[in-house]
Design a protein around this ligand. Structure first.
Ligand SMILES: [Mn+2]
Length: 384
């Protein structure tokens, strides 16, 4: 270490050198702005928000209004098998980095949701308590209601709410599937009983698991629909799609019907085909207020491995996306993608798939009817 006297001496030497450089005709460099213009974030750079949307801590700001909010719910202490979905919101945002407003148009939907006139914001994550599930469930409900009960900017008035106003649609990024219980509690306060379109390998309508000795331990990612029905939050017009999990027996299906669900199995995609699946879903929910809940494990684990309770033999991402396109125009009040647990991912396959499905939700929210399939053919010239 240099003595203080030496440090002072070297500092004055540097200052002297700078003066000499300026006196000799040196000039400052051209700035970035002068030479290259604006600093902008590329797909692989910048802070992390969904599709590079403005990231706003909406819970802190009562005066922030929007039509669609992306909201992270990093809760994963309600799982029966592999934990890790608390990192789901991070993984889905990371998987969305190649998406952005300027490249939001898709041939399959024929629209760009970011240019639809709807105000779409990333509202950040709910700071859920990771130690106390009862507290966390209440925090998720309070956060969801805080955003849901603000008036939307666009007046759609498609679904009748308690105050007759239009309310924003929230796309929740899970988190394990337990997050749907506080979401349904919030939605019920605004819209009354809700129908659910539930994409999942599992029923999630079970009454309980062995070893649940307390009331709180009944609240899990496999029992929340049963509890929601107990509380009267759902209509009797809900439907599962993609079911293939192992069951205790047919008594699970009888219980499922009592909870209010019809079901479409994974194999139905081969036996009925996509148009018939779409028709079954649409006929079931009709024009009731509909919530769409999508467990990423509905997709085959080969195409979406990063999830807590994987089941072999699922749908492809492409098949699922085509089914979603058939659901445009229903009375959606919100949606989610849950159970993305990126510790089990490879090359971000699952995060990218989940982010792409959220883009489909946005396109679906702005489409009044099913998009017409586009086909492109090379115009052959008559060569004489
Ligand atoms: Mn599941």
């Amino acid at each position: 270490m240099l003595p203080l006297v030496a440090l002072v001496a070297s500092a004055s030497l540097l200052t002297g050198a700078h003066h000499e450089f300026a006196a000799a005709g040196g000039s400052p460099s051209e700035t970035w702005a002068e030479k290259y213009g604006k600093q902008f974030d590329q797909s692989f750079s910048g802070p992390l928000s969904f599709s590079h949307l403005p990231y706003t801590r909406c819970l802190d700001h009562d005066d922030v209004h929007f039509d669609v909010a992306i909201l992270g719910m990093p809760f994963d202490t309600g799982v029966t098998y592999r934990p890790g979905a608390r990192f789901g919101p991070y993984a889905i945002r990371s998987g969305s980095r190649r998406q952005r407003e300027a490249r939001g148009y898709t041939l399959s939907w024929g629209n760009n949701p970011y240019e639809s006139g709807l105000k779409i914001l990333d509202c950040g994550d709910v700071p859920v308590n990771p130690f106390d599930n009862a507290l966390a469930v209440d925090q998720m409900q309070v956060a969801y209601s805080t955003l849901l009960e603000r008036p939307a900017i666009q007046d759609t008035k498609k679904v009748v709410s308690w105050d007759g106003k239009s309310h924003p649609k929230i796309i929740s990024l899970g988190g394990d599937h337990t997050i749907v219980l506080p979401i349904l509690r919030s939605l019920h306060k605004v819209y009354g009983p809700i129908s659910v379109i539930h994409f999942d390998a599992h029923l999630d309508t079970w009454a309980g698991y062995p070893g649940q000795f307390t009331e709180q331990s009944r609240v899990t990612h496999g029992t929340f629909f049963y509890l929601a029905q107990e509380e009267g939050l759902m209509s009797n017009k809900s439907i599962h799609a993609g079911i293939r999990c192992k069951l205790a027996g047919m008594e699970d299906i009888e219980n499922d019907e009592a909870v209010g669900f019809h079901l479409i199995t994974t194999d139905d995609i081969d036996d009925l085909g996509i148009p018939a699946i779409v028709k079954k879903i649409r006929d079931r929910v009709g024009d009731t207020p509909v919530y769409l809940s999508l467990d990423i494990d509905v997709i085959d684990p080969g195409l979406a491995p990063a999830t807590g309770t994987p089941e072999a033999g699922g749908w492809t991402t492409r098949e699922l996306k085509r089914i979603l396109r058939g659901l445009a125009g229903l009375n959606f009040v919100g949606a989610d993608v849950v159970e993305v647990a990126p510790a089990y991912d490879n090359a971000e396959i699952t995060g990218i798939a989940a982010a792409d499905l959220v883009h489909d939700f946005l396109s679906m929210f702005v489409s009044e009817q099913n998009p017409q399939p586009k086909s492109f053919q090379v115009q052959s010239k008559d060569e004489l």
